[in-house]
Design a protein around this ligand. Structure first.
Ligand SMILES: [Zn+2]
Length: 251
């Protein structure tokens, strides 16, 4: 393979790796935000469960107070019943007592239902609290790991960047200019494309047989894909005995 092509491939490898490192470093705030959002969702669920439990307990207290009041009222009504002078008064008091007793039965039934629900809610809150604690710990750990990875990437990137600058100085200026021009043009970072089976593997366009013949004939010259303009490197298929299987163009 042409020496220049090897240099171009080496620059390409470095540039692509640098781009990947940069993308990873830039992605850190987003990854941290996603971790915090996950934690926030757990926290909100816990707050909702706690609020439901609090409401339940307040309601149980309200029903219990209402029952105490109803019992006091029944006591009072029973005394008044003793003092009633007419049948009408007696019937009215009895109705009021029956109504208050009915209220007590209803309150107790509702209270019983709420107490049962409270037990389930309390268990849910305990579980949510435990899960949140675990999640918080995991998130903290993941944040530390992500930050450390990002710092390692940054160091690797700085080292690679320096090596890439150095390599750029060693590359023939015309090659470097051609390489940089193509790198700006192709956002995927592929400047040197492999040419196999008569195709440019980057743009998938056919390579004219005449050009393919030249590529094979002059391995020290850099040729470009006529469609995407990338530099082409030719990788002849190797047969089982290690000798290129197609050194001749198909007739
Ligand atoms: Zn191409």
């Amino acid at each position: 393979m042409a020496q220049d092509l090897q240099l171009a491939l080496q620059m390409q490898r470095m540039d692509r790796q640098l781009a990947q490192l940069e993308a990873e470093i830039r992605g850190l705030p987003k990854r941290i935000a996603a971790l915090e959002a996950k934690l926030d969702a757990h926290q909100k669920r816990l707050v909702a469960d706690q609020a439901a439990l609090t409401w339940n307990q307040l309601e149980i207290k309200r029903l219990s107070d209402a029952t105490v009041d109803a019992k006091a009222k029944i006591e009072r009504l029973k005394k008044q019943t003793m003092q009633s002078t007419t049948q009408e008064q007696l019937t009215a008091f009895q109705h009021e007592v029956a109504f208050a007793e009915g209220e007590i039965v209803k309150n107790e039934a509702e209270s019983f239902r709420l107490i049962e629900a409270s037990e389930a809610l309390a268990a849910t809150v305990r579980t949510a609290e435990a899960e949140l604690a675990v999640e918080r710990e995991n998130v903290e750990k993941e944040k530390v790991d992500a930050t450390a990875r990002s710092e390692a990437d940054r160091k690797k990137g700085v080292k690679l960047y320096r090596e890439r600058i150095q390599l750029g100085k060693e590359v023939p200026p015309a090659l470097l200019k051609d390489y940089e021009r193509l790198r700006k043009k192709h956002k995927d970072g592929i400047v040197v494309a492999e040419c196999t089976e008569g195709l440019c593997t980057s743009c998938q366009m056919n390579i004219r047989p005449a050009l393919l013949q030249q590529i094979r004939q002059y391995p020290e010259t850099i040729f470009h894909c006529e469609s995407c303009l990338r530099m082409l490197f030719y990788n002849p298929p190797i047969s089982v005995d290690g000798i290129p299987s197609s050194t001749q163009l198909p007739t």
